[in-house]
Design a protein. Structure first.
Lengths: 248, 137
């Protein structure tokens, strides 16, 4: 990527949004992200001991504050990118998907989510994932968001499990991710309405809270994938994602 | 060299600049700052940095890239070849979305910088990356 091209693309990520309202919103969101970045760095510097020693209790509270800020960062990024995807202005660049990196990211996310929410989190990799060309950053983000979404409907101490593999059918090779959460069993119709209407399904907890589902749906379409939500009969809720891959 | 490594932080978010300054100074670096692309280009010579931390979006959406052009496009700015060896690390929240790639080779077709770091930035990650860049020099 030449400097000029990078310049054009970076500008495009904000300025090529056709709707002037969205353009203004994007600039505002950029400023929100800037503010949150500063807050996170201030807190992390405190935790690092840059400004003196912090007690374990204080460190725990500061850690929660960072988690909260990071959730807001993710929410803002999802909102910003989902609105651009819905407008057709978001064009992620295809990159080489390194399976080991995807698995490592997913494992780290599951471990962190499991520890934070007191869940048993498992990851299974089926077969050997191929190196492939796909919108890697977006796929990684999508999978991580789905894991977080599912964690919210896993009962405390329950199991959340993610299986990842490839499917070689008649069409292109597809990356398949199946995730199950033990706990809340959402009604099938409620889940479908979430997919159809960008609404939330509520069953004591919510799935697709905020912009998570809007982002997940828009990102799935953006990468030409399929997303299915369904009950896991007698156990909880299940999410299936498949994304076509261009094998290398 | 006069002992301390000098870090040039170019970012328009004054809160972020202030905390980055604190973190870098606590780790023993000397810090110089600029709040815009224009200011960065004007101060580059006096700043005489060992490493540059550069935001992308400042006074406009591509301000950071203008600074990269200024430092790495030697056809347009032949006088700036003296900055060729100063590592540039971009501070950005857009790399993940656009999949921007970079190369340390100024003649490459890729963005000629040395590293990206994603915002929000963890202080430890920032210090590690800066130390790596300086070690590579």
């Amino acid at each position: 990527m030449t400097c000029r091209r990078a310049e054009a693309e970076a500008g495009g990520s904000v300025d090529n949004v056709a709707d002037p309202t969205h353009r203004v919103v994007n600039h505002f969101l950029h400023d929100f992200l800037g503010g949150l970045s500063s807050v996170i760095m201030q807190i992390e510097a405190l935790r690092d001991g840059t400004f003196g020693e912090v007690s374990p209790g204080q460190d725990r509270r500061l850690g929660r504050a960072v988690d909260d800020c990071e959730r807001m960062v993710a929410l803002i990024q999802d909102y910003r990118d989902a609105t651009q995807m819905l407008e057709g202005a978001f064009r992620p660049e295809a990159e080489v998907l390194e399976p080991a990196q995807l698995v490592a990211d997913l494992r780290a996310e599951l471990e962190a989510t499991g520890a934070r929410r007191g869940l048993v989190a498992r990851l299974s990799v089926h077969g050997r994932l191929p190196r492939a060309r796909v919108a890697t950053s977006l796929v990684r983000r999508l999978v991580v968001r789905l894991v977080r979404m599912l964690a919210s409907c896993t009962r405390p101490g329950g199991e959340m499990s993610v299986e990842i593999g490839v499917e070689n059918g008649d069409g292109p090779t597809r990356l398949v991710v199946a995730a199950t959460a033990e706990g809340v069993e959402f009604d099938h119709d409620a889940l479908q309405s979430t997919l159809d209407e960008h609404s939330q399904a509520t069953h004591g907890v919510q799935i697709g809270r905020g912009y998570a589902m809007v982002f997940a749906l828009a990102a799935t379409r953006c990468v030409g994938g399929e997303l299915r939500l369904g009950p896991w009969p007698g156990r909880g809720t299940r999410v299936d994602l498949s994304v076509p891959l261009e094998r290398l | 060299m006069d002992g301390k490594h000098r870090v040039f932080i170019v970012d328009d978010d004054q809160d972020l600049v202030e905390i980055m300054r604190s973190v870098m100074e606590a780790a023993g670096y000397e810090v110089v700052t600029a709040g815009s692309a224009r200011e960065a280009m004007e101060r580059m010579e006096a700043a005489s940095p060992h490493v540059i931390l550069l935001d992308v979006m400042m006074e406009d959406t591509v301000a950071g890239f203008r600074v990269v052009n200024f430092l790495r496009d030697f056809e347009t700015y032949p006088q700036n070849r003296k900055y060729e060896k100063i590592p540039i690390m971009m501070l950005t929240s857009i790399q993940q979305r656009t999949g921007m790639k970079f190369s340390q080779d100024a003649g490459s077709r890729l963005l000629p910088i040395d590293a990206f770091i994603e915002k929000p930035i963890k202080p430890r990650a920032l210090l590690d990356r800066v130390a790596q860049l300086l070690a590579q020099q």
